[in-house]
Design a protein around this ligand. Structure first.
Ligand code: ATP
Length: 363
């Protein structure tokens, strides 16, 4: 099972660089999501990998085969890849079994019996045995999705490419299908590139996630890496909710903004340098008792503030706190049992390990 290596890939449309100097490595058998906002170049990257587009610069390798470069592009049907589109692209006049068998049309070496056996086997895996004679128009969105997945898997591709395959499903089904796609990936272990703009989907499905911005991969890592160790404000804000506090390093492990002094999760800061901190709302503890000092008994940063707003959300209370002696406003996800009134004074405890200095503080 080969991996995919993308080096310096560039594709322009007139003045717009849809993909610009993209570097990316997908290990054999790994599922990597391309995640980013609309227009960041996800679909263009996938189409370049599929061979539908020719790059202006850079190369795409699968194992030891160079499939794309500015000089040569191996055509899609010779890439040993399968792609699943947002629209599923099923044939409406063919049954489920017919649609899946259609994927095998180029496999001339297979006998009729072998084809039928493969189709039956894949129908079982995607749990559609009972629907094999139905037409796409008689299936639910989730079932159509399964047919599209089955049609891609039946050809036993080396590489699987998926372009927002869940975006046409309703919210509940979408969530269920995330687990299904992950289950199928674990069963088949095919090297996969998965395009989505939905961070929760990427976090559930992927081994690793590449966050794209302006046609480049700005950070790549596991869901946990990206959530806990974002390098830039873009990644910190794109992966989950966060508070960004812009300050100055006043000591190697301390960032100050106005009257707020925070000990942080690093002791390597350059004194005098501007530093942006990311603090997740659920990492801030609200304490109703008015405490004194700037450090709690267990070593947390202690701040005081005024509740500007508290919204009950069922599983948490989303609070906005104006921090005393500064212009810092922090969002806090408090446990649902805690009730605060607007205007109430509270203490906030924030562990230094929850104050993450962004390495690329400016972006
Ligand atoms: P979305 O999530 O909205 O699908 P994306 O991240 O997949 O976005 P792309 O579709 O790859 O983004 O587009 C990247 C950039 O290239 C955008 O600015 C887009 O407008 C531009 N672009 C894409 N395809 C073309 C095209 N055929 N002609 C001109 N510009 C294009």
């Amino acid at each position: 099972m080969p991996g995919v290596t993308i080096k310096g890939l560039t594709k322009r449309y007139g003045d717009v660089a849809a993909v610009e100097g993209l570097d990316l490595q997908v290990k054999p058998g790994e599922l990597v999501s391309l995640l980013g906002p609309s227009g960041c170049g996800k679909t263009t990257t996938l189409r370049l990998v599929a061979g539908f587009l020719k790059p202006e610069a850079g190369e795409i390798w699968v194992g030891d085969r160079c499939l794309s470069s500015p000089i040569t592009v191996v055509p899609p049907e010779r890439r040993r890849m399968a792609m699943i589109f947002q629209s599923y692209a099923l044939w409406p006049h063919m049954t489920v079994a017919g649609n899946i068998a259609y994927g095998l049309r180029f496999k001339k070496e297979l006998s009729k019996a072998d084809r039928e056996k493969r189709v039956k086997e894949i129908l079982r895996i995607v749990q559609l045995e009972l629907s094999e004679s139905r037409y796409p128009g008689e299936l639910s969105g989730g079932q159509q999705q399964r047919v599209a997945v089955a049609r891609a898997l039946v050809v036993e591709p080396e590489i699987l490419l998926l372009d927002e395959p869940l975006s046409n499903l309703d919210a509940n089904l979408r969530e269920e299908m995330r687990f299904e796609i992950r289950r199928l990936h674990e069963a088949f272990g095919i090297t996969t590139l998965y395009v989505t703009h939905d961070q929760a989907e990427a976090m559930v499905i992927s081994d690793r996630i590449a966050v794209l911005r302006g046609g480049r991969a700005v950070q790549m890592g596991t869901a946990e890496d990206l959530f806990q160790r974002p390098r830039s404000r873009f990644v910190a804000e794109f992966i989950g909710k966060t508070n960004l506090v812009d300050g100055i390093a006043t000591e190697p492990g301390v960032v100050t903004r106005g009257g707020v002094r925070l000990r942080v999760a690093s002791a390597d800061l350059t004194v005098g340098a501007p530093v942006a901190l990311s603090i997740r709302p659920h990492m801030i503890e609200l304490v109703a008792d008015h405490q004194t000092g700037t450090v709690s008994a267990r070593g947390d940063n202690l701040l005081r503030g005024t509740v500007q707003r508290a919204s009950y959300l069922g599983d948490a209370v989303d609070c906005q706190i104006q921090v005393e002696g500064s212009d810092v406003i922090l969002r806090v996800a408090a446990p649902p049992g805690l009730r605060f009134r607007q205007g109430e004074t509270v203490s906030l405890a924030v562990a230094p390990s929850a104050c993450i200095p962004l390495v690329e503080s400016a972006v």
